[in-house]
Design a protein around this ligand. Sequence first.
Ligand SMILES: Cc1ncc(C[n+]2csc(CCOP(=O)(O)OP(=O)(O)O)c2C)c(N)n1
Length: 332
Amino acid sequence: MTQTPTPPAASTAPDVEQWLHMYEQMAKIREFEERVNELYMKALMPGLAHLYIGQEAVAVGVCEALRRDDYITSTHRGHGHCLAKGASVDRMFAELLGKEAGYCRGKGGSMHIADQDTGNLGANAIVGGSAGIATGAAFSAKRLGKGQVAVCFFGEGAMGQGLIYETMNMAQLWKLPIIYLCENNLYNEYTHYTETTAGDLKARASAFGIQAEEIYGQDVRMVYATAQRLVARARRGEGPAFLLCNTYRYHGHHVGDINRAYYRPKEEEQDWATNHDPLKTLSGWLLDQKLTDQAVFDQIHAQIKSEIEAAMQFAINAPFPELKEVDENVYA
Ligand SMILES: Cc1ncc(C[n+]2csc(CCOP(=O)(O)OP(=O)(O)O)c2C)c(N)n1
C-alpha cells in the first residue's frame, strides 16, 4: 500500500443525513454480496459472481454525484455500481438465481445486469467492453443537450484493451461528457497489475489531453468530492475526465477463488480490511466528529439485514421463466 489517505476537499459539503445515506448504500452493497457468497457456497446460485466488497466507496461516492438520468456502464464486478445507481435488491437476487423477476428475466445473471430506469446501461463480461457503450451514451447526451453525463467504470486490467484508447481519443476530440473511472484493486485475476501494465496509468489518459486525477478510493468523502467536481465540469461541456481510484477487493477474483496466498499475502488483505475499510473510515469520522452515535449505525445495519433477507427469500421463492420463453430476449 503506497498511497496515503488525504483529507476530503468537498466543494459542496454534504450534511450528516447525506453521509449516513452513503454509509447505508455501502453497507447495503456489502450485505447483499455477503449473501451472494452464501448462496454460492450453498450451491443455490448457478454460475459465479465477482464480489465488489472492499471497493464500495468508489461506486457510492461516484453514483451519489450523479443524477438518476445520468448513465453508467459497469463490469464483471458490477453489483456495487448497480446498487449504488439505485437498482432494487430483490430484482438483483432474482437475476442471480435465474428467476423471471430478475432484471434480465433470469437469463443474464451477475455479469449482464442492466437497469434502464436508473441509467445503468449494463454490466459487461468483456474486460474494457463497456467503453464504447459509455462513450456512445456520452455522445448522444451531448447531441440531445439534456446535460447528462456518462461514467464508464472499469478495472485497471481494462487498460490493456485498445477500445479504451480509441474512445478516450474521440471523447477528448469531441469534448464528450464522460468520466473514465478506473478502479485499481491491484490484481487482474491472479496477477499483480504491475506485471501486466507498464508505466503510469494516469499518464495514458493525460496523453490525450484528458483531465486525469488519482485518489485514495477507500474514503467516500474523497471520492464524492472529486466525482462531484469532475461531473460538474463534464456537465458544463468542458470534456471528459479520467479518475483513477486506488482500492482493494477483499474477496477472491470470483466467489470460487478461496485460496489466494499463492498470489497475494494474507497480511496485505488484513491491512486493507483493518486500516482502509470504506465503512469504518466513514463511520469512524462521523463518530470522531460527534456527528452521530453508534446506535445509528446499529440501526442501519439491522434495517439493511432485514431488507436483504426479505429480498433474498423473495428471489428464492420466485418462479423460473417458463420453458417456452427460453429463446426470447436472447441476442447472442
Ligand atoms: C477481453 C477479455 N479478456 C479477458 C477476460 C478474462 N478476465 C475476466 S476478469 C479479468 C481481470 C480483470 O481485471 P480488472 O479489469 O483489473 O478488474 P477486476 O477483476 O480487478 O475488478 C480477466 C482477464 C475477459 N473477461 N475479457
